[in-house]
Ligand binder design. Structure first.
Ligand SMILES: C[S@@+](CC[C@H](N)C(=O)[O-])C[C@H]1O[C@@H](n2cnc3c(N)ncnc32)[C@H](O)[C@@H]1O
Length: 394
């Protein structure tokens, strides 16, 4: 017989809504600046082996609703009643968004300090209160086929854009044979736009400076039809390890992974046709997907990140060939990490000319420099992108 607190018994007990809310309460209590709600939730759900898909989904919804609607909640109430209130607010916003005034949204959805860093619009904060979309990128120009195989997909457009799929189904995508065979990647639409802006050509040599787990390396390689070479570097060895696993799954071979921490000594003497600096950032552009970060990010973080971004851009730019491209991309929208970084770089390095580029997600759009992607446009992350070309000698 399992004891009252034995793992088997807890599995059986975790069935009712009340119990799932208790689980969410535990996640919220353990989440802080060092431990994101997202990672705590993953740990807790992994430990609850017997939890059904519906129960896991409810626990996730409860945790994210709590942080998404935190500005509306009565903190004097117990956390579990705040969770219930948050779920009700989320439901009501879905049904009757017009019942929430712009003024209320602007006052409650994001912390006050943000106003000094960006022009906050009602459209943006409204987009933060909706549940995020899930985006896939089909490999090998097989958007249509993948869409038919998986079901539950909506293609974003035609041509190259037919490989951008919004997933509205409820399958566990990581378990699908298509995913295991590397036929698609889960990648936000704005991140996909960054790859399209880079537009590397087959046979070229590129450096993905902050390659992380390889989301953009994989996209660059696909656009290069697996020909040419990509250097993929990152400070975090564990991320590069994941990149190696992902590239193996996707059968991407035209890359070399190397550690680099942003210092003046570059990982290679190679001069590149293109250098992508997908820099570490506050992630304010992902606040729709990651609402916990709204309450853990500080104005001081932005200053520190801005300094790191300037350093990475300045050092990495040395590796761009004359005539080559340099791309700075961040999933944030605040001045300290966007225009200030770009302006400081341009003031220091006159070898680079800013290029006006078209938004690749629009069939017709004027070229602009820089480009902003807002969550309210496509239901993806907020992103800032600037492109330069090296005009002088390296
Ligand atoms: C925005 S993420 C990169 C995401 C990745 N390009 C993708 O598309 O999947 C930023 C990356 O910068 C790395 N990073 C942070 N500080 C760094 C530093 N000082 N030097 C090099 N990389 C750094 C982080 O480990 C993280 O992987």
């Amino acid at each position: 017989m399992p004891t009252r607190d034995s793992p088997q018994n807890r599995k059986l007990m975790l069935r009712t809504e009340t119990e799932i809310i208790t689980l969410a309460e535990r996640v919220i209590g353990a989440s802080n600046r060092k431990h994101s709600a997202d990672s705590v939730l993953r740990e807790v759900l992994n430990a609850e082996h017997g939890l059904s898909k519906a129960a896991s989904a409810l626990a996730s919804r409860a945790v994210f609703a709590y942080f998404r609607w935190k500005g509306w909640l009565d903190e004097s109430k117990p956390v579990r009643s705040q969770i219930t209130q948050a779920l009700q607010l989320a439901e009501r916003f879905k049904r009757e968004p017009e019942k929430f005034s712009d003024a209320d949204m602007l006052a409650r959805a994001v912390p006050d300090w943000l106003a000094a860093e960006m022009d906050i619009t009602a459209a943006w904060v409204r987009s933060l209160q909706a549940e995020p979309k899930l985006w896939l990128r089909a490999q090998h120009a097989r958007g249509k086929a993948i869409s038919a195989q998986l079901g539950g997909c909506r293609a974003f457009g035609d041509g190259l854009l037919a490989d951008i799929l919004e997933y509205v189904g409820d399958a566990d995508l990581f378990r699908t044979t298509e995913f295991q065979a590397g036929e698609f990647e889960i990648q936000d639409i704005s991140s996909q736009a960054v790859g399209l802006i880079c537009a590397p050509l087959p046979g070229q040599t590129w450096w993905d400076v902050c390659a992380g787990e390889g989301g953009k390396t994989l996209h660059l390689s696909a656009l290069m039809q697996n020909r040419g070479l990509i250097w993929a570097s990152d400070r975090a060895a564990w991320r590069l390890q994941k990149l190696r696993r992902r590239t193996a799954r996707a059968r991407v071979f035209n890359y070399r992974a190397a550690g680099w921490n942003g210092g003046a000594k570059l990982p290679t003497k190679t001069k590149f046709d293109g250098v992508l600096v997908d820099a570490p950032c506050s992630g304010i552009g992902t606040w729709q997907r990651n609402p916990h970060a709204r309450w853990t990010t500080s104005a001081q973080d932005l200053k520190e990140l801005g300094a790191l971004q300037k350093q990475l851009l300045c050092h990495a730019s040395a590796a761009v060939k004359p005539g080559g491209k340099l791309i700075y991309a961040v999933c944030t929208l605040v001045r300290s990490e966007t225009t200030e970084v770009v302006e400081t770089f341009e003031a220091q390095d006159s070898d680079f000319a800013r290029l006006a580029v078209r938004n690749p997600l629009e069939v017709k759009s004027p070229a602009s420099a820089p480009l902003y992607f807002w969550p309210q446009q496509y239901g993806g992350n907020g992103m800032f992108v600037t492109v330069w070309t090296r005009t002088g000698s390296a």
